[in-house]
Write a protein that binds this ligand. Structure first.
Ligand code: ZN
Length: 199
């Protein structure tokens, strides 16, 4: 038995152990206190591992190839950042490096660090700060916006040159979804409960 406060009206409830796929509602205002999810650990891990594979492809394969006449220029995620840096767009290069390259990797690795031990009823030494960090990073991940920017520039550049999307574009687009699925499979309530258990 543990306590949870309603997000809407702050009424504190005692929550008994819940069956899978059940929802607990506030007795006063009826809003949902939390939902227990089915196979949350396995689903989170499966999406996370798929995410790592896609991430590997997204950073190591060509992103776009631009062809104009006999000149072809290939760009990858990292060489794109490097080009921005060389063009003295240091702020933009840093922003892209952080939000597109580093944050997704940190999110994926944090999920691995928390959920592989949880799967075996263990807990990593820094699991609590890492899980807290994971919650704080989420609003800063701007992969979708980056993807939109790329689509806009493809449309613009298509008039001047032939643009061939590389394997990394597909991997990166899929990664946006897969990472969202991985994060939404996380059962925060269950994770906190497990993490605090042997404190
Ligand atoms: Zn309430």
């Amino acid at each position: 038995m543990h306590k949870i406060a309603c997000h809407e009206c702050d009424l504190v409830h005692d929550i008994p152990p819940m069956p899978e796929r059940a929802a607990a509602r506030c007795v006063r205002c009826g809003s949902i206190l939390f939902r227990s999810r089915k196979n949350s650990i396995d689903r989170t891990l499966a999406w996370t591992l798929a995410g790592l594979v896609l991430y590997g492809i997204a950073v190591s394969y060509p992103f776009l190839t631009m062809k104009s006449g006999s000149i072809a220029q290939q760009t990858s995620l990292l060489s794109g950042v490097e080009q921005l840096y060389n063009q003295k767009n240091v702020a933009l290069a840093t922003l892209v490096l952080l939000t597109v390259v580093l944050l997704p990797l940190i999110q994926l690795l944090s999920l691995v660090y928390i959920f592989i031990p949880l799967k075996f009823n263990l807990r990593g030494r820094f699991a609590i700060p890492v899980f807290r960090l994971l919650g704080q990073i989420r609003p800063w991940s701007m992969m979708e916006i980056y993807m939109l920017g790329i689509l806009v520039s493809i449309v613009k550049l298509a008039k001047m040159a032939t643009i061939v999307p590389g394997l990394a574009v597909i991997a990166f687009s899929l990664l946006i979804f897969v990472l969202t699925f991985a994060l939404s499979a996380v059962d925060h309530h269950m994770v906190w409960e497990r993490l605090e258990k042997d404190l």
